[in-house]
Design a protein around this ligand. Structure first.
Ligand code: HEC
Length: 194
């Protein structure tokens, strides 16, 4: 009961802070405005997609789990708990490996994500939830390394960078079912479409 009350007290606070911070976007795109042509440079700040299968689009930078732990304790612990085992607003981000295709699955990055670069993309874009897109690329690599290390997937001093992160073999790489219904094979029209 105590934790439910705590959550109820936290939620309005989180919503307010999310509204104030979420849509601001990268500061280098500050010149973009409705009715004004956007420059390639302004666009680049928003164009942060990563192709998660092979890590294409991962930026320069590096970090390991030892560094990641210190960043985690400042920026993430309040919500995700000690050693990412669960906090007041979110459950564990560790363990559950092998449970994904069972009826008692525990969803964590370790048990669910088919590719490690998803971690980088998600953290860079969305975390910390009260101040998204505030971390440096080195910090995001270090946090990715830390969460992978807690899940037993990389060593404490293994360096994660644009090459090594994509090489981490995630245990659930083959756990998703490919959607092979006929309409998923439709070819997208990109030019001279009717
Ligand atoms: C203010 C609270 C808060 C803080 C601080 C925070 N998170 Fe989160 N985080 C959340 C919530 C809530 C979710 C679930 C979001 C959802 O499911 O839409 C989440 C989800 C995640 C996920 C996805 C987990 C999954 O199972 O796919 C990762 C990874 C993550 N956070 C990492 C971090 C890291 C790293 C930090 C520190 C830089 C951080 N978070 C800081 C609240 C927070």
């Amino acid at each position: 009961m105590a934790s439910v009350k705590r959550l109820a007290a936290l939620l309005p606070l989180m919503l307010v802070s999310a509204c104030m911070t979420a849509p601001k976007g990268p500061s280098s795109a500050g010149g973009a405005a409705f009715g004004k042509t956007i420059s390639e440079q302004e666009l680049a700040a928003w164009n942060i997609d990563i192709r998660t299968q092979d890590g294409a689009g991962l930026p320069p930078g590096k970090g390991n789990a030892v560094v990641g732990k210190t960043v985690y304790e400042k920026q993430c612990l309040a919500c995700h708990g000690v050693d990412a085992k669960g906090g007041p607003v979110f459950g564990t981000m560790v363990g559950g490996i092998g449970s994904f295709t069972t009826n008692t699955r525990v969803l964590t990055p370790g048990s669910m994500y088919p590719y490690a670069p998803i971690l980088f993309d998600y953290i860079r874009r969305a975390m910390p939830m009260n101040n998204p897109q505030s971390l440096s690329n080195d910090e995001v690599y270090a946090l990715s390394a830390y969460l992978l290390n807690l899940n037993g997937l990389v060593g404490a001093t293994d360096e994660m960078n644009s090459k090594t992160l994509a090489m981490v073999q995630m245990p659930n790489r083959n756990g998703f079912i490919i959607d092979d219904r006929p309409d998923t094979k439709a070819v997208r029209c990109m030019t001279n479409c009717k």
